[in-house]
Design a protein around this ligand. Sequence first.
Ligand code: NG6
Ligand code: CA
Length: 519
Amino acid sequence: MRTNTVIPAFLTLGAVACSSQPEKAKTPNVIVILADDVGYGDLDWNGSETVRTPHVARMAAEGLRLTNAHTVAATSTPARYGLLTGQYPWRREGTGIAAGNAGMVIRPEQYTMADMFRSAGYATGAVGKWHLGLGDTTGSQDWNGRIAPGLEDIGFDYSYIMAATGDRVPCVYIENQRVVGLDPADPIEVSYTAPFPGEPTGKDNPELLRIRPSMGHDQSIVDGISRIGYMKGGMAARWHDEEIADRITDKACEFIERNSSGPFFLYFGTNDIHVPRVPHERFAGRSGMGPRGDAILSLDYSVGRILSVLDSLGIADNTLVILSSDNGPIVDDGYEDRAEELLGDHKPWGPFLGTKYSIYEAGTRVPMVVRWKGRIVPGSSDDALFSQIDLFASLASLCGGTVGPGAAPDSRDCLSVLLGEGGGGRSSAVVMNLQENLAIISDGWKYVAPSDDPYTDSWSGYLYGNRPEARLFDLRNDPAEQHDVMARHPEIAERLRRELEAVKADGGVWRERRSVPEK
Ligand code: NG6
Ligand code: CA
């Protein structure tokens, strides 16, 4: 149900002006801010009292909250794959959590959201966390030259990225497919199979660490933190964790400034609040919740910078800004950062069960705030079902981009929901957990397909939520998924099971994209 607080007078006036002076509306700039591992309850986007995120709160007050929005997967790579290609990741092999030296998960033959924006004449940029592979095949990248294929080949004119995650090597920034600040006399080597002889690791040299791992994360040491994977060399190019948020936010803002005459599309993946959580000293110790809470403050700062650069350039009323997360929250994700101990009353998962990795709601139900000044009614909200997979077709519809046959096969045009104009949303959405088990959500019901994978992780205790039997949850009356109502509503379960089978049978293969028009 859609709720609007006030309909501002300028919206009505705008409509009158449009009808008396027919003029083709300028298509808006679009910014997608995709935060990392931020849960439904992690931001003050709906009056949270346990965390203060004033910039996010402002964005929500000036825009729309989609309170039933899902990412397509409970981990990063498949969620991002779905968002940028409009294809469910479980249709493709090799879309699971990518190593830092993975080859391109999205193949250059595929038509991406960036291609779609290019087809509409947009300048396109990707800044921040990437985690969708680079180069042709795993391990084949030339980290010391031009890393190709890369983002230019899938529609991005500009890129300034971290190859994978904060906790995976190589720990360097890559601008337009070249490592930034690399000294040719100190080349980079990367391996995910064997350590480099003589190079310290977290496992063998814990005395060199400033943060200790709690699980894994004991390979190469970069900036005093041991990571997943091994790297050698490239000392001058290595990032400092405290500076990541500032660096990538600067680059996002610079892209906006360079392209302020528009139209532009910016995909901004924050590093916050993924592990290792090492926010700048401006935020360290400020949340009272330790580094995880401090990283939320850092994320809020980045959101604020983006909003304020739009204001200062005078383009806020011509820019659609979407803030969401790639997957649900996790408290201990592998470093001893006291996140569990300092959580207090804060509930990263909101009213839902599970965490990142889980088939339960908290795995994929994420915050989503949409702001477009002068177009979206301030302070509005909608609980219509929305999936990030629909951003592709919805934004294409908004911007006049081409979605050719075979492109974005799972994406549906839900623009009216995205803009707070109602319309009901999609009839069902498929979500996936770490083990690639599926659930389908439809009309307030959730059918979880049976799986022999573990219910919990024996090592970490993570609640994956797999069960050998199928289950049905009534999300409207039982949002925390406490009661399996399969026995009470077998006919509803059967309807959803069939719907899931139909989605799986439909659009199973991706086809080559149409030729992408030159800009
Ligand atoms: C896991 C990592 C976790 C995180 C995750 C990917 C360990 C023990 N855990 O394998 O720390 O990096 O992968 O997170 O190594 S994601 O948000 O990018 O999907
Ligand atoms: Ca993530």
